[in-house]
Design a binder for this molecule. Structure first.
Ligand code: FE2
Length: 483
């Protein structure tokens, strides 16, 4: 019997299980093995760090969403020699003769002995949906032209493809991850970045020139598609030993987010709508206990989500709430205690996190019944709960998280310590496809999930078909439930 027949028989058997409606617990630790090469940062004279030619040429160009609905873009860049111009000239591909001008701001900061370049931020607004725009920065001396495409209008059946990258850094592996993302045929249109950007704080005195080099390295993607930023612990840059006691100083000067558009009072937590997705960004490193600003904002924010408009509800945090690796084990526990009941109540689809330098996907589980005396402190399958996905495997110099808790807990569906990226590909209000791509595959998928949801008002009825591929076998399952 050939391999294909074996596969067919296995799949047929699994399909029979699916038809029976049974849930098969299938936590899987990947057996994939890779070369254990040390992860090292690219040297500063690497080509990916080259400064653009010309006096005071704009560099480190990056864009992010600039409003709540996707009709604005924040353009940021750095000029090194002098402030130059903070103006952005932009025009639609459909109307090349109608050039618009937006005026931005410029800022600088000092971090110990480092003095930053001139950091520009400019919000260009009132854009048309689903339109390609060109933009030009650095008009004063040496200008550069880039482009982006706005998302489709917010609506339940607006398809959209997100890339997922976390803990990227600037090592040779970081470069491989970004290259694989760029080459992925699914073509992510916006990156949901789950925190830990440059790892400059791993250098003596938090050498901020590594923030600049990271900006030049990532520009080939960040200038052309929005990256939605989440603050990680490597953005804190708290260094009282050298007199730097203002947390997040480099991060907040270099990266702007549209937090005020979602009535947030802080750039560390905010929300956006993009196509059919409602995305909530949370801060693992800001207070989130009861009565804190972040807690009170999220308490008001979740009821605002209209699932008939944005059926896909995504939450981003840096520290994962469920993690079965030994590295950073239970660091997300206090946020889980505070926010998990809301994630279940409001039926968050998926929580994306980073921090752990590996990939992991949870089952759809919750652990919200515990009330200190009843003893109900174990995660249980919960069809109203999110799937938790850790994607902190961007490739930073700290290396992979190989050590895992054993045995693999029931809440962990799949885990593998490889560098890579992921895609969340929303087809419409009922179908989305999630795939994780390890770098060593040459871009092939290491883990696939197909999410299917059937909306039936007033109840939300969900069917989810999971397909996991791991080299020699396929595990497939259907979960059905009413909520
Ligand atoms: Fe981290």
């Amino acid at each position: 019997m050939g391999v294909h027949w074996c596969t067919f028989v296995i799949v047929l058997g699994l399909l029979l299980v699916l038809e029976s409606g049974l849930f098969v617990n299938g936590g899987l630790t990947s057996s994939f093995t890779r070369k254990f090469e040390k992860t090292v940062d690219m040297p500063l004279d690497s080509d990916v760090f080259e400064e653009p030619p010309g006096y005071n040429a704009p560099q480190q160009v990056h864009i992010t969403q600039g409003d709540h609905v996707g009709k604005a873009v924040i353009v940021s860049w750095v000029t090194m020699e002098e402030p130059g111009s903070s103006t952005v000239v932009y025009w639609s591909e459909n109307d090349k003769n109608n050039k618009n001008i937006a005026k931005g701001i410029v800022t600088t900061y000092i971090f110990y002995k480092y003095i930053s370049g001139f950091i520009h931020h400019c919000n260009i607004s009132d854009l048309e949906y689903d339109t390609k725009y060109y933009y030009e920065v650095g008009i004063g001396h040496t200008s550069r032209i880039f482009w982006f495409t706005t998302p489709p209008e917010v609506g339940p059946d607006s398809p959209y493809t997100f890339g997922l990258i976390g803990d990227l850094g600037q090592s040779f592996d970081s470069n491989a991850t970004l290259t694989h993302y760029e080459m992925n045929p699914t073509q992510g249109k916006t990156v949901l970045f789950v925190g830990d950007i440059s790892y400059a704080d791993n250098y003596p005195d938090h050498d901020n020139t590594r923030w600049d080099s990271w900006g030049r390295f990532a520009e080939r993607s960040t200038a052309y598609q929005p990256w939605i930023w989440t603050a990680g612990n490597h953005e804190i840059d708290f260094a009282p030993e050298i007199g730097e006691t203002e947390p997040f100083k480099p991060y907040t000067h270099r990266f702007q987010v549209p937090f005020e558009a979602s009535q947030s009072t802080s750039p560390f937590w905010y929300s956006i709508k993009r196509a059919s997705a409602y995305i909530i960004v949370l801060s693992s490193y800001s207070a989130y206990g009861k009565y804190t600003p972040q807690y009170e904002w999220l308490e008001k924010e979740l009821p605002k989500v209209d699932r008939s408009e944005t059926p896909w509800l995504i939450v981003m945090t840096h520290s994962p709430l469920y993690n079965s690796y030994i590295y950073h084990y239970m660091e997300g526990e206090s946020m889980r205690v505070m926010f998990e009941p809301w994630f279940v109540k409001y039926k968050v689809d998926v929580v994306f996190s980073g921090h752990v330098h590996a990939y992991e996907r949870s089952e759809r589980i919750s652990n919200v019944d515990y009330d200190i005396v009843n003893g109900k402190c174990n995660p249980v399958k919960d069809d109203s709960a999110p799937i938790y996905i850790t994607i902190g495997d961007g490739g930073n110099l700290e290396g992979l998280a190989f050590n895992m808790t054993e045995p693999q807990p029931m809440y962990s569906a799949f885990r593998e310590a490889s560098y890579g990226h992921a895609i969340f590909d929303i087809k419409n209000r009922t179908h989305a496809y999630h795939s994780w791509h390890r770098n060593q595959d040459g871009g092939c998928s290491g883990n696939l999930i197909f999410l299917v949801r059937i909306m039936a008002l007033p109840k939300l009825q969900s069917w989810r078909l999971n397909c996991e591929e791991s080299w020699q076998f396929v595990v497939a399952r259907v979960i059905s439930h009413c909520a």
